[in-house]
Design a protein around this ligand. Structure first.
Ligand SMILES: Nc1ncnc2c1ncn2[C@@H]1O[C@H](COP(=O)(O)OP(=O)(O)OP(=O)(O)O)[C@@H](O)[C@H]1O
Length: 320
C-alpha cells in the first residue's frame, strides 16, 4: 500500500547572508501492507510530519521515490490523493460550521456527489458514535467528538488508506481508548490500511500491528511491538541484596547467566538478559551456591520506551 525508497527532503533557508540546509528526512525506506495499522514514532523533530507530508503529496521529496495506493507521489499526486484520507494534527473543521455540513463539503472537495457525501457522512457518524451531532457546531463538541469528526472528514470519500497525524494528542485517557477502538475497526471491519504518527508508546503498543521508529530522518527500527521489545532490549532482572558488600558477586553471577553489564547501586544490582524465563532458576541456584542472599527479585518485561531508548539513545517521554 505504501512503498518508499530513499525518500528524502532537505529544506533550504537563509540565515543572514548564509544559505542554510536542514535535512528533515535523510533517506527513508518503508513499506506498509494492505490492512495493516502502522505506527510511526520518533522524537520531536525526527522527520515524522515531513515524511507524512511527502507520502500524502503535500510536499515534494528532494530525492527518492514513494508509491502510495499504487501511484507515484511525485508523478501522479492527484491519483494518490483520490485514494487516501489525511487527518492532520490540528484538525480541519471550522468551529462555526455544522458538523454534517463540514463532512459533506469535504466529500464535494474530493469530487463525490452531494447525495453520496451525505449518505457516507451519515453512515460514518453512526460508526464513529457521532449520532445526533449532524447539526452540532464543532466548537460545541468534546475533544474526542471533534477528533472523530476529523476522522469522518478524512474517510468521507471512502479511501483505502488513511493517514492520521497524532490522532489522540490532547484527549483524556477514556477518549483515547475509545478512538483506538474506532481506528482498530477501520482495519477489522472495513479492511482499511492506517498509517499514524504518535507520541504515545502505549498507543503504539495497543493499536499497531507494526511500528516504525524514525530518528534524525532515518528509520532505525521496524517490527511488531512484541518483536521489537524482544529483539532490542531483553528482560530486566532487578536484584535487591540483603548485604550490599556482595553486589560484586551478584553481578558476576548475572553475567555468567548471560546478562548485559550489570549496574550496581548500593544493594541493588540490575541487568538485562535475552529471556528471563529460561535463566531465572539457574541464576537463583548459582546465587545461593555462593551464599548471596536476596531481599527481593523483580523481573520486568521490556517496554516500548526501553526499545526507544536503545535505538535512539533517548526516552520518548523526554521529548514529548
Ligand atoms: N518548512 C521547513 N523549513 C525548514 N525546516 C523544517 C521545515 N519543516 C520541518 N523542518 C525541520 O525538519 C526537521 C524535521 O521536522 P518534522 O516536523 O518532520 O519532525 P517531527 O518528527 O514531525 O517532529 P514533531 O514530533 O515535533 O512533530 C526538524 O528539524 C524541523 O525543524
Amino acid at each position: 500500500m505504501i512503498e518508499a525508497r530513499a525518500l528524502a527532503r532537505t529544506f533550504t533557508g537563509r540565515k543572514g547572508r548564509e544559505k542554510t540546509e536542514v535535512v528533515a528526512v535523510a533517506g527513508v525506506d518503508l513499506s506498509v501492507d494492505e490492512g495493516e495499522i502502522v505506527g510511526f514514532l520518533g522524537p520531536n523533530g525526527a522527520g515524522k510530519t515531513t515524511t507524512l507530508r511527502m507520502l500524502t503529496t503535500l510536499l515534494r521529496p528532494t530525492s527518492g521515490t514513494a508509491t502510495v495506493a499504487g501511484f507515484d507521489v511525485a508523478r501522479d499526486p492527484v491519483e494518490v490523493r483520490q485514494r487516501i484520507g489525511y487527518v492532520s494534527q490540528s484538525g480541519s473543521t471550522s468551529p462555526e460550521a455544522r458538523a454534517g455540513e463540514e463532512v459533506v463539503d469535504h466529500g464535494l472537495l474530493y469530487g463525490i456527489s452531494k447525495a453520496q457525501a451525505e449518505a457516507r457522512g451519515r453512515e460514518l457518524f453512526e460508526q464513529l458514535d457521532l449520532d445526533g451531532l449532524w447539526e452540532r457546531q464543532p466548537k460545541a463538541m468534546s475533544g474526542g467528538q471533534r477528533r472523530r469528526l476529523d476522522i469522518a472528514m478524512g474517510l468521507v470519500h471512502d479511501p483505502s488508506l488513511v493517514f492520521l497525524d497524532e490522532p489522540t494528542t490532547g484527549l483524556d485517557p477514556q477518549a483515547r481508548a475509545n478512538l483506538w477502538e474506532h481506528i482498530a475497526d477501520l482495519r477489522d471491519k472495513r479492511g482499511r490500511t492506517v498509517f499514524l504518527t504518535t507520541h504515545y508508546l502505549d498507543e503504539a503498543d495497543a493499536l499497531c500491528d507494526r511500528i516504525l521508529v524514525i530518528d534524525q530522518g532515518m528509520i532505525v527500527a521496524s517490527n511488531t511491538p512484541d518483536a521489537l521489545k524482544r529483539e532490542v532490549s531483553g528482560d530486566l532482572i532487578m536484584l535487591e541484596l540483603v548485604d550490599p558488600s556482595r553486589a560484586g558477586d551478584a553481578a558476576e553471577r548475572l553475567k555468567a547467566a548471560g546478562s548485559t553489564e550489570p549496574e550496581i547501586d548500593g544493594a541493588s544490582v540490575q541487568a538485562r538478559v535475552p529471556g528471563a524465563g529460561s535463566v531465572l532458576a539457574g541464576l537463583l541456584r548459582s546465587l545461593d551456591s555462593v551464599g548471596v542472599e536476596l531481599a527481593s527479585i523483580d523481573v520486568r518485561r521490556p517496554t516500548l520506551d526501553d526499545v526507544f531508548l536503545t535505538v535512539t539513545g533517548r526516552s520518548l517521554r523526554e521529548g514529548a
